[in-house]
Design a protein around this ligand. Sequence first.
Ligand SMILES: Cc1cc2nc3c(=O)[nH]c(=O)nc-3n(C[C@H](O)[C@H](O)[C@H](O)COP(=O)(O)O)c2cc1C
Length: 329
Amino acid sequence: MLETSIASLELDNPVLSASGTFGSGWEGRQFSDQHGKGLGHVGALVSKTVTLAPRPGNPPPRILETPAGMLNAIGLENRGADAFLRDTLPKMHELRAGGARDGRRGPRVVVNLGGTTDELVELARRFCDAGVDALEVNLSCPNVAHGTRSSTDPALTEQVVAAVKKASSVPVFAKLTPNVTDVVPIARAAQNGGADAVTLINTLLGMAIDWRRQRPVLGNTTGGLSGPAVKPVAMRIVYQVAQALPTLPIVAVGGAHSAACVLEFLCAGASAVQFGTAMFTDPALMVRVVGELEELLAREGQTVQGLRRAAHRDASASAGCGQQQEVAR
Ligand SMILES: Cc1cc2nc3c(=O)[nH]c(=O)nc-3n(C[C@H](O)[C@H](O)[C@H](O)COP(=O)(O)O)c2cc1C
């Protein structure tokens, strides 16, 4: 009932973690056991962005709560590929193995990569050799110098994606920025470059001012906005890209916080949904959502595949959205 796929990657369900918000999954596993179902029940775990060399990240403060979400300017802090391959990837594999029972596949291991084109190519080779299930390429970090350059220029997007795809033996998702006038040409460029899917969206560029100190609050001056405030923006972008490029699988991310959010994104044209900022306030959320999705769909006599088909059935997608409203009620 919950099975879905993102291109050739088959998943037990459409519930994934969002890069940078849940570590590798290992750090949050004890919270997820609260509901009698562990992290082994989620569709996939997506790592924080890994770069070739370690990165210290941006100066503090790096995060700030906003009325309906948060601003972050972490700056891709990570210990680099060697440490990740040695210490972290085996734990993600362990979580996958733990979930692969009773006919389940267990949480698919998706590693998010960042860096220059040459670095991405090397990272892709190393991580494919190390047995990941898919790669997500972060073309869209607003918190590092030139971090969004490769997903604001279609030619560059196509070039970077094509290089990574050539070096990869697993599906490649291109994670795009919402900080452009129109995401469709960028998504089309990613598809032309061979992306198996696009992940929509990374954070919206924002900032906060401390008027007493008359200075920006964040050490990096600007940061990325995420959480409930960005969900309508993510929904609009997922819908627009699904309408324009119906053969390109979409992984939705932005403000998801419930089972109904998953169904809404599926009806907008997504194949799966990532949970990010909402996991900070409720680290057991993803596992609970998997259970709630099961109940909701059983009650309504629907399946994830059925909703996805409805979303893609007619060009306007209005029929699909109409059905979704029935289900979510
Ligand atoms: C603290 C924080 C760190 C993040 N780090 C990354 C990252 O390393 N790589 C990446 O691709 N996205 C990163 N993101 C973006 C999220 O994966 C996601 O695209 C965004 O937060 C929107 O989803 P949400 O509203 O559900 O959080 C980060 C977001 C937050 C809040």
